[in-house]
Design a protein around this ligand. Sequence first.
Ligand code: SF4
Length: 318
Amino acid sequence: MGRSDWKKEEIAEWYKKAIPDLLFEAASVHRAFHDPLKIKLNTLISVKTGACSEDCAYCAQSARYSTGVKPSFLDEETVLEQAERAKELGATRICLSASWREASSRKQVDELISMAGKIREMGLNVCCTLGMINEEGASVLKKAGFSAYNHNLDTSERYYPTIVTTRKYSDRLNTIDKLIQSEMPFCSGGIIGMGETEDDRISLIHTLATRKIHPYSVPYNLLVPVKGTPLQNVLGKADALDMVRMIATSRIVMPKSIICLAAGRESLSEEAQTLCFFAGANSVFIGEKLLTAPNAEPSKDIALFNKLGIRPETNSDE
Ligand code: SF4
């Protein structure tokens, strides 16, 4: 467990350091806490897609925007086929996703629990992202064998109401508190390139790094603008070096957390991704799609890892 008493100014100081100094420190911390030659591969399976009641301005799945996403709930057979394909690609972890405001339908949660049991029988870890959840729900999922629960903060508390109006930042933090109370490891990160300021990015890192327990994993996404959403033409995009700063600073202040270079990776060059790995990112999503967004091609990923001399982590490494 790392420090949870970081001051925002300390985090800002790291974030704003000259890149060579920031990278040197981040890579040193990375080496001290992780094997820098290993990368964890995850696959996200969108079990319930679209028709979401929330209004997250970046999301293709909100029922409020015309994005062309067709609502669906995958049957177990399809989910297991996708998990098998992910395993073939080297994934050790499957994240089951449902576009819900909160995990309130016990029947559908039971279906997810059944799917998770069968995926675990394939030798894969299973986590999930199902919206807000209370302590009881988190305990049920933990007992059912889910190894982590994802709940992203998206951005800073200041900028959050510009991005989402159907729930509050405090709701997000409350769900994270419930996960901590029920001892369910949680994953939480955000998206950059939504028009937020540098201070918003620093605030997001500060909020994550000052939870009582640091996230098991911190996924960072580069906005993939979706036609039909309010952010389709967003100004103030982030670039690769902004992502490098996010990852490196997070690596320094949350040394044990896994840091995942998530959506938007296909827009980064091999060299930019390499810098992200050097800065401390040690996890990616593998597979053709990330929910509704395109993802980097698996064959290109494998070729890049080979070129860099890093190798996918196996379950025995966990
Ligand atoms: S991000 Fe999640 S909660 Fe927000 S609209 Fe999309 S599916 Fe719904």
